[in-house]
Design a protein around this ligand. Sequence first.
Ligand code: CIZ
Ligand code: SF4
Length: 366
Amino acid sequence: MQTTTISFDHFNALKDAQAHERIRAARAKLGSRAVLLVHHYQRADVYQHHDLTGDSLRLSRLASETDAEYIVFCGVHFMAEVADILSKPQQIAILPDLAAGCSMADMANLAKVERCWRELNEVLGQADEQVTPVTYINSAADLKAFCGEHGGIVCTSSNAPKILDWSFARREKVLFFPDQHLGRWTGHKMGIPLEAMRVWDPDLPNGGLTPEEIRNARMLLWKGHCAVHQMFQPTHIANWRKQNPDGFVISHPESAYEVCEASDYVGSTEYIIKVIKDAPAGTKWLVGTELNLVNRLAEEVKPEGKQVQFMSPIVCMCSTMQRIDPQHLAWTLENLAEGNVVNRISVPEHEARLAKLSLERMLAVS
Ligand code: CIZ
Ligand code: SF4
């Protein structure tokens, strides 16, 4: 039964404790009709309400395996889009605050990628025969659709090496967007020389490259980055190692090349969590990824005498992830419990079909 949507104004001023109570009451009313997916980077006061946790891909996979009518995604916009694409037609993906975007994902858009493709066509002849477009999962659905249409594929920070193997087996070059750092690190680990990976600046004609530079490149790395992971510096690692010569450093591959190079381990959020949880008791860790995850992990492994420290001396969280707060969650769930669907994320059908193609190629490879 549909009633009038309850306005967020009634929730904005709620104290956290009241918001938590209303979240619990709405969830009791909804029962198994709603599943709450919570990303590793979410704040603790939202994380506590999770049904399922994980990285963006794991969560979307898990959601599509449930029969819940409503998939409430506590994460950012592109994640809810992936949930919508991979879920069953009758399931509805919801993002509790529509302002929860990803600044890295916003660094590439369809108009710019299409212009890049036209320019590559002019320099190389048939780009579709020579270049595999690879988009990081942190991107809008229309870019995943672009990859679907042009023989390309999606990757995550967990499967990027396998995806690049797949891509190079088909075409000699890769256009990697929007994160230059994940592209560079993965290419480097595959043995591609740094000089064969050129940064493509979408705001300059031909990406700021000469035709010869484009022809000689094996990878074209979109000039994009994550504002959180770019805070980490090699000096943070060097200083910590002086104090903790027996400690280990682990970083997310969205960090700069120099940071990954100075780390003992590099990998996705799922990988970071696994490595530290599996490590011997009493070990010390410096971790280069989002602060909410690092704080949570530090608490979880403390009983085993493991020390986990955040890499940057400055507090840096993913500000867009932070937009999902108990107030927005209470507002969303109460509306759902009353039969009002708010903040639905719905990818247009033709776009979803092509985006699914590039996601399914990825799932088949990884
Ligand atoms: O894919 C994800 O969830 C993100 C943003 C990072 C990671 O490494 O899990
Ligand atoms: Fe995007 Fe960076 Fe936030 Fe991840 S941490 S969602 S890449 S802005």
